[in-house]
Design a protein around this ligand. Structure first.
Ligand code: DC
Length: 216
């Protein structure tokens, strides 16, 4: 069974998806982390994100595995993929069709034979158009910026609310307006607005749509 959760940055997708995965005993996979691992690779190599030819050639050297967490060429990297610069580069790199095709193959590999909850931008529209359940989780920009601020601050980073708000707006702009697989609600997705709801309320709301007995 596949449950797809799409939505803009900071809507709470990963928090909600993790809780749902525990409730239903599914594997939770963040597709954004795959894009982030790729952006980290190029950042570490000092390769300019606009240099498409170079990026294309380098893809053969990138191996991404998932085993409870993501590994980039054998090394656990999750601690290094959440900074603002990586978020920005990730949004930029995810515009390229060859990157999206590359990520699709990685997703297919790591999702094989599993019940999956996956979050991202195009999971219900492109990656798993036949997903059993599709949700579009959203919230106001201010609310999303507040949450992102808290999350980064709690992880010990030195952050500024206004900058986060601006960077969320930029990312929305980028993710919703790119040519290939832009962020948008799938026609058959259920919209859930998390702005004035607690995590538990959102988890309960989404759970109420899911009939686990349909699991293949
Ligand atoms: O979910 P996230 O914030 O970790 O995603 C980081 C970036 O990756 C996001 O700005 C756009 C890109 N992304 C994408 O294009 N498609 C996805 N399915 C997931 C993420």
């Amino acid at each position: 069974m596949i449950i797809a959760i799409d939505g803009p940055a900071g809507a709470g997708k990963s928090t909600i998806a993790k809780k749902l995965s525990t409730r239903f005993n599914f594997t939770y996979i963040s597709s954004g982390k795959i894009y982030r691992c790729i952006a980290l690779y190029f950042h570490n190599k000092n390769i300019y994100i606009q240099d498409q030819e170079k990026i294309k050639k380098e893809l053969v050297n990138i191996k991404i595995d998932y085993k409870d967490e993501f590994y980039l060429n054998g090394l656990p990297v999750e601690k290094h993929i959440n900074s603002d610069i990586i978020s920005k580069n990730t949004s930029d790199i995810s515009k390229y069709k060859f990157i999206r095709d590359f990520v699709q193959t990685i997703i297919e590999e790591i999702s094989k034979n599993k019940n999956i909850i996956m979050d991202g931008r195009d999971i219900g529209t492109k990656v798993f158009p036949n997903a059993d359940y599709k949700f579009y989780l959203t919230a106001s920009v201010e609310e999303r910026a507040k949450r992102r601020y808290k999350e980064l601050k709690d992880s010990g980073m030195d952050v500024n609310y206004t900058e986060i708000c601006e960077s969320i707006k930029d990312r929305d702009q980028n993710d919703m307006n790119r040519e290939i697989a832009p962020l948008k609600k799938a026609d058959d997705a259920v919209v859930v607005d998390s702005s004035n709801k607690t995590i538990e309320e959102v988890v309960d709301e989404i759970s109420s749509y899911i009939n686990i007995d349909r699991r293949k």
